[in-house]
Design a protein around this ligand. Structure first.
Ligand code: CA2
Length: 144
């Protein structure tokens, strides 16, 4: 089984800015933890980040037939991107939405996710553990 992890804008800055919200862990650290758990669970992962909406859309479009699930932290595009929502819906690949912070406990504009209705579920607020929970959820949706 292959699972595609997608990370949206500014997540490349993790561990360098706003540690009070996002912690000191870098995206590379998180990728390492995801890869460790994926090895235990005997699944393959591809882990990508982009600050460009169209690049994320392209990766989602190409996922069909190559990946059995997508785990996405769309970052700020979660709250703005109809393009990402349409790409997820069109791909037919089961997709799990994840967030480091609890978006529902933050500013009102973060409470709305445009991608949530086309995702299988949302994991939000568990820090880097959200990625591990996303991985486990992705394996579960494939078995469901
Ligand atoms: O909590 C999450 O994972 C978010 O997806 C993170 C996004 C935010 O826009 C979402 O509402 C919730 C922000 C990612 C940017 O991360 C930064 C990390 C360090 C410094 C600046 C931004």
């Amino acid at each position: 089984m292959k699972i595609l992890f997608l990370n949206g804008p500014n997540l490349n800055l993790l561990g360098q800015r706003e540690p009070e919200i996002y912690g000191n862990t870098t995206l590379a650290d998180i990728e390492g933890k995801v890869r460790e758990r994926a090895a235990e669970l005997k699944v393959e992962v591809d882990f990508r980040q982009s600050n460009v909406e169209g690049e994320l859309v392209g990766w989602i479009q190409q996922a069909k037939g190559k990946f059995e699930a997508i785990v996405i932290n769309a970052a700020a595009y979660t709250h703005t991107s109809i393009a990402l929502r349409d790409a997820i819906a069109a791909s037919g690949v089961p997709t799990i939405e994840i967030h480091l912070s609890n978006v529902h406990a933050r500013e009102k504009f973060r409470h709305k996710s445009l991608i949530a209705p086309v995702c299988r579920g949302q994991i939000t607020g568990f820090g880097q553990k959200s990625y591990i929970l996303g991985l486990e959820a992705a394996i579960d949706v494939k078995d469901a």
